[in-house]
Design a protein around this ligand. Structure first.
Ligand SMILES: Nc1ncnc2c1ncn2[C@@H]1O[C@H](COP(=O)(O)OP(=O)(O)OP(=O)(O)O)[C@@H](O)[C@H]1O
Ligand SMILES: [Mg+2]
Length: 447
């Protein structure tokens, strides 16, 4: 990419150089045309006045002298030949007749007494007949006129160099800026992507500019989000596989042992054994359901979802309804209380949050029950889930929201509360917890 950018800028510089050269040539050519055009005009006027000095078939030397004198003042060295090729009058003859003073003055402008280069001749006519020829060539100039012409040409060249430097410098600065703002971030992204492709998810993700977000920043942002997703998926997969294997082994071993005992006929109370097997199978079912919940919650974390208006009372009562059977089977009450109010939220995410809090409350409560309350608070709403269960030891309060933190008897993966907290934060909220060990716990999500 850098090489391509560099070549593109070199191309632009060359293009600027080419256009400058063409432009300079055109200006100098126009300037030369202008000078030549003026000179031709002057020659034309000298010719016309020379022709005007041919009167009644003969040259009027007085008028011809004045014509050549005029030619001298316009900067021309000239002489006139008649029809037979004899010189009638020349600038040098006219020069010898003019005053010393005037000659000195002319000499300060022109290099007298004779012009430079070859003579060019023009035919002279009077009343349709050729009467002779005018030979003419310019004097070399002294003084400021040639200097000005020279300066003009020099300026043309300087213009070429300066504009080329400006274009070249501009292209150089642009190429540096492009490298900094375009090529470098893409290079960093490419490096990170390569590392991730090798399975290294702990790469440092590139920074995003907070204020001026361009396409590159948006690409980086999506890339970072994707990396985070992969990182989560990877750690989840590692933990889940080892934990599930571990969690499944105990109930399966118990079931197997019980079945073998039945086969061997050493069972005195088959009813108790079947109950044992049933409760272990129930444990497995809960484990599988827990894994399903966690997988859904993880998926929801990465799905942005749509904000919808829902009635909070109906919403919570429907989530609680799904849990009521489980609570009642454990002999627990499940109470709901709060106003009927409409809120704007991500229903899928909120459902996962409430369901996780309720599942925990059911799981960690032996007697008594669970109360869910909700209401408005200043700018938003809150939901609180309170139970009369075993509570949380003070030392653990700060750890329960960590991924994979769980207590021995939980039978879960230690992910529920981590997901609750992450989802609440994604939705712009927060979670608070209070607990008196042995008497219960209260979780409150505030939006
Ligand atoms: N209502 C509660 N009462 C007492 N302890 C709780 C309560 N909720 C959570 N905890 C403690 O916090 C730990 C972490 O809870 P979390 O929901 O993250 O994981 P889990 O319920 O053990 O497993 P998972 O939710 O992944 O199935 C639990 O193991 C438990 O020790
Ligand atoms: Mg849980």
């Amino acid at each position: 990419m850098r090489t391509k950018l560099f070549l593109a800028f070199i191309f632009i510089i060359l293009l600027a150089l080419l256009s400058n050269i063409v432009f300079e040539r055109m200006i100098i050519r126009d300037f030369n045309d202008f000078i030549r055009g003026t000179e031709e005009d002057h020659i034309y006027w000298v010719m016309a006045s020379v022709e005007g000095s041919y009167i009644n078939g003969r040259w009027d030397r007085q008028l011809l002298g004045e014509a050549l004198h005029w030619g001298l003042m316009l900067g021309f060295d000239a002489y006139v030949e008649d029809h037979w090729g004899n010189t009638v009058l020349s600038s040098s003859e006219v020069l010898s007749t003019i005053s010393h003073n005037m000659r000195e003055r002319m000499n300060s402008l022109l290099k007298l007494p004779s012009g430079a280069g070859e003579f060019v001749w023009y035919p002279l006519y009077a009343e349709g007949e050729e009467i002779g020829r005018l030979y003419i060539r310019p004097f070399e100039r002294r003084g400021t006129v040639p200097l000005k012409e020279e300066i003009f040409r020099k300026r043309g060249k300087e213009f070429l160099v300066i504009s080329f430097l400006i274009a070249g410098g501009g292209a150089l600065i642009l190429s540096i800026l492009f490298t900094i703002f375009l090529s470098n971030p893409i290079r960093r992204l490419t490096k990170s992507a390569e590392k991730i492709a090798e399975g290294n998810f702990s790469v440092q993700t590139p920074k995003v500019h907070k204020n001026l977000k361009d396409e590159i920043d948006r690409l980086t942002e999506s890339f970072n989000y994707m990396t985070e997703a992969l990182r989560r998926e990877d750690s989840l997969r590692r933990h889940l596989t080892s934990n599930i294997a571990h969690e499944l082994r105990t109930p399966l071993t118990i079931i197997k042992g019980n079945l073998e005992a039945i086969e061997d006929g050493i069972i005195s109370d088959p009813g108790a054994v079947i109950e044992n097997i049933r409760s272990e199978i129930q444990r497995i079912i809960m484990l599988v359901e827990g894994i399903e919940d966690i997988t859904n919650a993880e998926a929801s974390f990465f799905r942005k979802g749509e904000i919808e208006e829902v009635n909070l009372k109906e919403f919570i009562e429907s989530v609680a309804g799904g849990m009521r059977k489980i609570a009642e089977e454990k002999g627990l009450y499940l109470r709901t209380g709060g106003p009927s109010m409409n809120i704007k939220t991500y229903p899928e995410k909120l459902h996962i949050i409430v369901k996780n809090l309720l599942t925990n409350a059911c799981k960690f409560t032996g007697s008594g029950g669970i109360s869910i309350n909700w209401g408005e608070n200043g700018r938003g709403f809150y939901i609180s889930v309170e139970d009369t269960g075993k509570g949380i030891a003070e030392d653990n309060i700060s750890r329960i929201f960590n991924r994979f933190f769980k207590e021995e008897d939980s039978g879960g993966q230690g992910l529920g509360l981590a997901i609750v907290k992450e989802l609440a934060e994604v939705m712009g909220g927060s979670v608070e917890v209070e607990s008196v060990p042995g008497r219960g716990a209260r979780f409150k999500v505030i939006f």
